[in-house]
Ligand binder design. Structure first.
Ligand code: ZN
Length: 133
């Protein structure tokens, strides 16, 4: 794991939350992107070297369920990895439960895979590898 790539925050209404975080961070989101594989809308903010991802569900998705159950708030921590398949293999061998067998295409030009929070101290972990091609 190279570094924390971003922190994911689950929100109800992406437009309202964009306005809130724009006020909070003093910058506009640099990207808004729908992720069809998860049926969510995302937006990304920079804060110095760090990134914040807002995620809102578009219906019948994991984020809507999360927000319904627990309210808006921190949803996941994403780590930047060099080789996602290698890292998935390593974590699996260490007993972590992955939420997919193969990396998926995530937002912001990344291959991603999630680690089940019940095997990671109650924290949903996202691995992400920049797609370079
Ligand atoms: Zn994320």
């Amino acid at each position: 794991m190279k570094k924390i790539e971003h922190i994911g925050i689950a929100v109800k209404d992406i437009q309202k939350s964009n306005e809130l975080f724009e006020k909070l961070l003093g910058v506009k989101p640099y990207k808004e992107e729908e992720v069809s594989s998860e049926n969510v809308m995302t937006s990304f903010f920079r804060s110095g070297p760090n990134k914040i991802e807002l995620v809102a569900g578009l219906g019948n998705d994991a984020i809507s369920k999360f927000v319904e159950k627990r309210g808006e708030g921190i949803h996941h921590i994403a780590f930047d990895v060099m080789d996602i398949r290698e890292e998935m293999k390593r974590l699996k061998s260490e007993g972590f439960q992955l939420l997919s067998e193969e990396p998926k295409r995530g937002a912001d030009n990344k291959l991603v895979c999630f680690v089940h929070p019940k095997t990671a101290g109650g924290v949903l972990i996202e691995l992400c590898q920049e797609i370079t091609s």
